[in-house]
Design a protein around this ligand. Structure first.
Ligand code: DHB
Length: 390
């Protein structure tokens, strides 16, 4: 096969890019080692920034986000057993939308299928070569035969464990990396929502996040040791721990129900610079990973490909890969802000193992100062709802 833009990875970043390029009259082929069913059933983030919602709607990908998604005009920060509302509308004039990443993926995959997009799921042994001058993607198809896609430009949208970032020789890139001494235990449960909006709760027992999915299914997370084995956590133990982390003098209780999924999510921060080598560029988690607190990962990936589609269009028409550097400059400006925001939300709300009395009291001081200050609350609201495109 020959195509203008070869894309490794058919998650939200790869599919949105393929869709936007098609609208600009540029052909692409996307490949992914996962099957469509595998991607659809892997539970990920749940919160979209306004600009992400706009992109899905304006690009003709999803009307469903407006009918099935839920606008959230704020969140609760909870500490010392008390809730403090951060009013996004009042502080930043913006909302976020609860609409799960799995739904974003389904909408994108349906839109690509509807428009005749070339998306190849379930391929094996994917490799990339000659990325500087004459990129090629090689893979083994479901039929066992070897395939080759020659492309003018190659985009690595293959996530944090992908192959494309490894196509940059060590001498040509730098990796920025931070590990955290904790993880999240994520659950889905069959219960009604426990609150109108999301609750980010700090407690002496560790962090907990109360999110939502539908009227009958909820998503919750609790800070845990990265080595946690979900089978050590029967439902009763999870509920007791969540209730204890949310408890306070206001008598707040979570609505409980059967837990239908349990997973441990790793926590790390990562950025690769530069994001371009010759005719290869990275987008989304392939270029950068953020810890989940604050729900920036999917939003960053969508912001990347919105800029990348525009810059690629110029590079294709002028036949000049150097124009892609503009993508790197614009994307990384947002990425590092989001890195800081995610790091800040994470470290402000989680209890580091081995924290001493000073650490814990200092953390309470930070949260008390934040919610007491309109400027502090506005800073959080601006970061959470997303910075304007540039
Ligand atoms: C969800 C995940 C997040 O990391 C977050 O900050 C908010 C919500 C979620 O899965 O619903």
């Amino acid at each position: 096969t020959r195509t203008t833009v070869g894309i490794v990875g058919a998650g939200p970043a790869g599919l949105m890019l393929s869709h936007l390029l098609a609208r600009a009259g540029i052909d692409s082929v996307a490949v992914d080692h996962r099957t469509r069913a595998e991607i659809e059933t892997t539970h990920r983030a749940g919160i979209l920034e306004l600009d992400s919602v706009r992109l899905l709607v304006d690009a003709g990908v999803s009307g469903r986000v407006l009918t099935d998604g839920h606008e959230h005009r704020g969140i609760d920060l909870r500490f010392g057993g008390e809730s403090h509302r951060i009013d996004f509308q009042g502080l930043a004039g913006a909302s976020t939308w609860l609409y799960p990443q799995t739904a974003v993926f389904v909408d994108l995959a349906d839109a690509r299928a509807r428009d005749g997009g070339d998306v190849r799921f379930g391929v094996r042994d994917t490799a990339v070569a000659d990325v500087v001058d004459r990129p090629v993607i090689r893979y083994t198809g479901a039929d066992g035969a070897a395939h080759e896609i020659r492309c003018d430009y190659l985009v690595g949208a293959d996530g944090s464990r992908g192959i494309c970032r490894h196509a940059f020789p060590e001498s040509r890139r730098r990796w920025y990396f931070r590990e955290y001494p904790y993880a999240w235990f994520g659950i889905l449960c069959q219960a009604p929502p426990s609150a109108a909006e999301l609750i980010y709760a700090r407690s002496g027992r560790g962090f907990a996040l109360i999110s939502q999915r539908t009227a009958t299914v909820q998503r919750m997370y609790l800070q845990c040791d990265p080595a946690t084995d979900p089978t050590d956590w029967p439902d009763e133990r999870i509920w007791a721990e969540l209730q204890a982390r949310l408890a306070g003098p206001d008598g707040f209780r979570l609505s409980e129900g059967p837990i239908i999924e349990k997973t441990v999510l790793p926590f790390r921060s990562f950025v690769q610079e530069p994001v371009r080598l010759g005719r290869l560029v990275l987008a989304g988690d392939a270029a950068h990973t953020v810890p989940p607190t604050g729900a920036k990962g999917l939003n960053l990936a969508l912001a990347d490909v919105r800029v990348l589609a525009e810059v690629l269009e110029r590079a294709v028409h002028r036949q000049d890969p150097a124009l892609l550097d503009d993508y790197g400059v614009r994307a990384l400006a947002r990425v590092w802000r989001a890195q800081h925001f995610s790091y800040w939300m994470t470290t402000m709300l989680h209890t580091p193992p081995g924290a001493d009395a000073f650490d814990l009291r200092r953390q309470e001081g930070e949260l008390a100062a934040l919610v007491a200050s309109e400027a502090g609350r506005r800073y959080l609201a601006e970061g959470y709802t997303g910075w304007p495109a540039h």
